[in-house]
Write a protein that binds this ligand. Sequence first.
Ligand code: DGJ
Length: 728
Amino acid sequence: MIKFYENSRIFHLQTKNTSYIFGFLKGKFLTHLYWGKALSVDELDYDMFIDYPQYRRNMCAADYKEYALSRDCLPMEYSTFGNTDQRTPAFHAVYENGSFITELEYDSHIIYDGKKGILGLPYVYTENEDEAQCLELTLKDKLTGLEITLVYSVFDELDAITRSVRIINKGTSTARLEAVLSAVVDFKSADYDFIHLPGAWARERHPERMPVITVKMLVDSARGNSSAQHNPFFALVGKNTDENSGEAYGFNLVYSGNFTAGVEVDPYNTARAFIGINPFGFNWKLQSGEEFVSPEAVLVYSDEGIGGMSRIYHKLYRTRLCRGKFRDSERYVLLNNWEATYFNFDEEKILNIAKKAKEVGVELLVLDDGWFGKRNSDNCSLGDWYVNKEKLPNGLTGLAEKINAMGMKFGLWFEPEMVSPDSDCYRAHPDWCIHSENRIRSEARNQLVLDLSRQDVCDYIYNSLFNIISTANISYIKWDYNRTMSNIGSALLDSDRQGEFFHRYILGLYSVLEKITSAFPDVLFESCSSGGARFDPGMLYYMPQTWTSDDTDALERVYIQYGTSLCYPYSCMGAHVSIVPNHQVGRITPISARGNVAMQGQFGYELDLNKLSETEIEAVKEQIKTYKRLGEVFHKGDLYRLITPDNNYVSNEFISEDKNRIVLVNSVLRAVPNSPVYYLLLKGLDREAMYQIEGTEKVLSGAILMSSGIPYKLSNDYASKIIVLNKL
Ligand code: DGJ
């Protein structure tokens, strides 16, 4: 619900549990007043929230003598560069006359039911008008004619607020946009901890928590993708906030390219949180009459701790970010041949792997890298999307038919955004890759990145995919992206538009994704980027799951999936069982641990099952049965992280949508000799109801399970156990 109080000119955005309030102080300054637990009040005024006189401080320039205030000391809702607010601006432009100043005033606003899309960009959507309300608040710079519309959508039941920004140049001269952040929120105090998700290849999204101090703390990417190094997510949480209690504020950007996200603390202990496209490497020429739209930021508040925040993101993303046929339906248990064969395969080998896969209950066989051109290693052929007949004499059509005849579906790997210097594609179109004239073209993994800011390149990618998907019965595509961008430049962009490259690339990528996923609605698409280097909501809008990491070791995955789950649901995480010793870390973990950790996500195998022992094969069969029975609880249920991996013991509790089934996935990371018994205190149950532990006669009340707990004792390294409780 969105209310506008005419007298005070205050907007009150209200979800089920949250209020977000801002207004035009003195009728003029767009001031942020409050974000937190829902307030039910009839009238609102500024002095309920801020102490106006304290804003007359030394050293701060006063905006107007008659107001005797400085914006540097006000919590601002969308601050522009060039006035008295000297903290990180939300918006910064340079005009033709050399001026840096943008001065915004109220122009108009509209409030409406439902939510509109954002042209060319992914966004959180509604299915019915009553799910959300939107506010579009237009501000205008009289001198330049620039109009900035702040777009807020308020999801009542789903408990989230989204923000984006639309800019139209209604002036006569050109503006160069240098920073257009999607959301900035000023907090009255900086007494928070900052949580973010740093990582690297094979160890993505390992949460870090640290106190906010009097500096500007930010995480970002200038690599062209959202990256493994940082994720476009952070949270500000109270000092005492833990998994289950305390305040947590989440910020996440629905975007797959360069971003900035962070918090700046001023000398008065106020904190400005911000998120948006990275201003570094961004310079957008906005001519008269042109429009620019920012990506969407998703803001979540919870007073039920970090877990409460995660649950809001999970539900929102799995129901109103992911799209298409596979959003709600069960996906396939797959087997991917990558770690089984790498590039070294032929049809016979694949069929041999497939045969065993079918025996254990696998539903989809995925052929990974190496099926095209003359690719037998990573040094050639990207861009040459025609089948390698030496390896696959019957082509993809023939292979897919044989796999289908076994009773399985067939899936295929692609890396559409790349080109190998050793490829027909590159020889014919050397200007199609990202490059800058007379500069080195740095190769990573022997490949260059195609320039998706170009329409001809986007068309080539679309047509290549379209042709291949049409020639065989393909049910799944793994869309890979294995290097970051460098030596930035585009052969087609004018010299004064090169600063638009990074964002135009992402717009090109999204346009291809929109087109190809619409053309093949029955194909399941999974995003991948050297593992999880593009695990972001932007990609999830087009492809409902992402390969979480190339590291499939059970122990490593506990950490990676935990970090990922701070913002993203398990239903979006591709997770497979692989062989031991693990190819990334050499560790040997039991098949039970690998299975139990992986089956919380979108489950599969990444090995040649022919190499397993009979006992392991029996375990695999059981795993697939368990997954088929419980997958829905993992993917549609609510997650409570009862014990997080920093404790050596880990326990995830999933509660089914109808609240009738509870699944606990418990693991121990390293055994403790003669360890004490721990009692798991369950969460989110009905205290009065009775629950039976599956496979036993034991029946316990919700109250006992939540207040006294159930014993948890696992003795060996990497031991793990799934416990199911059913409500009676
Ligand atoms: C990186 C991916 O993460 C792997 O799963 C595999 O598909 C390789 N690329 C293939 O090159």
